[in-house]
Design a protein around this ligand. Structure first.
Ligand code: ZN
Length: 217
C-alpha cells in the first residue's frame, strides 16, 4: 500500500488556496478521478457564480440538482456500471494525514441489491480479514441501499494496491469457515448472518474482477 498518485495533494492544496470559500468542495472527486480533477474544479468555480446550474459530472453526465454535501449524492447513479471500485472522497486531516474513501459497488444501483444478511456478514468478514492483509484499513461499512460498501483507508494508496487488497480479502472470505463475531456479545443482531450468502456475494464480485476499474456504462 505504499504507492501514491503523482501530484495529488499538492495540486489540490493549490486549488484550495486560490479559491477561499470553496471549502471542502475542492477535495471532492468523483468517478474514476484520475484526469477529472481539473474539469470538476473548474465547474465548481463556475457554479459558485450562479448556483444551481446543470453541471457535468466528472464522468461526463449531467446532474441537475444543486451540489450537495455528500459526494455520492452528486453521483448520477444511473451512469455507473457495477461492479466497480472508485475513489469517492479524500480528506487531509488537520495534521496532514490523508484518508481515502472508496466506493466498492457490488450491484447495479436501482436494478439489484444484496440481501441484508449477506451484507451484514460480508461487513463482518471483510472488516476482520482485510486487516490481516493491511494495516491501512480504517473502516468497511455497508451502504444503506445495499448495493455496496465504503472502504476507508489511511493514506493515498495506488488503485492497483486497493484492488489487490479487495481481491485478496474476498478470496480469503470464500474459504472462511465462520462469520467473525456473529453472536449476541459482539454484534447488535447476532442472528442476522449468512456465511454462505456472503461467500456467494464475494464469489460474484471476484468473478467480475476485470470489470472493477470500469466505473461508468
Ligand atoms: Zn454485526
Amino acid at each position: 500500500m505504499a504507492g501514491r498518485r503523482d501530484g495529488g495533494m499538492a495540486g489540490r492544496a493549490g486549488h484550495r488556496a486560490e479559491r477561499p470559500g470553496a471549502g471542502s468542495h475542492t477535495d471532492r472527486r468523483g468517478g474514476n478521478v484520475l484526469g477529472s480533477t481539473g474539469r470538476w474544479d473548474a465547474q465548481i468555480g463556475a457554479e459558485a457564480e450562479a448556483p444551481p446550474t446543470p453541471r457535468p459530472h466528472p464522468e461526463g453526465t449531467i446532474v441537475t440538482q444543486p451540489k450537495m454535501n455528500v459526494e455520492s449524492f452528486n453521483l448520477d447513479h444511473r451512469t455507473v456500471a457495477a461492479p466497480y471500485v472508485r475513489v469517492a472522497d479524500q480528506k487531509t486531516l488537520p495534521h496532514g494525514d490523508v484518508i481515502t474513501k472508496f466506493d466498492v459497488r457490488f450491484t447495479q444501483p436501482n436494478e439489484a441489491h444484496l440481501d441484508m444478511a449477506s451484507v451484514h456478514s460480508l461487513e463482518h468478514l471483510f472488516a476482520e480479514h482485510s486487516r490481516n492483509r493491511s494495516g491501512d484499513v480504517i473502516d468497511f461499512s455497508p451502504m444503506g441501499c445495499q448495493t455496496g460498501f465504503y472502504l476507508i483507508l489511511q493514506g493515498d494508496p495506488a488503485m492497483d494496491d486497493v484492488l489487490s487488497l479487495i481481491e485478496g480479502t474476498l478470496t480469503d472470505i470464500t474459504t472462511a469457515t465462520e462469520v467473525p463475531a456473529a453472536n449476541e456479545v459482539q454484534c447488535g443482531w447476532g442472528a442476522n448472518h449468512t456465511l454462505e450468502g456472503a461467500q456467494g456475494v464475494a464469489r460474484d464480485f471476484l468473478a467480475a474482477r476485470d470489470e472493477w476499474s470500469t466505473v461508468t456504462r
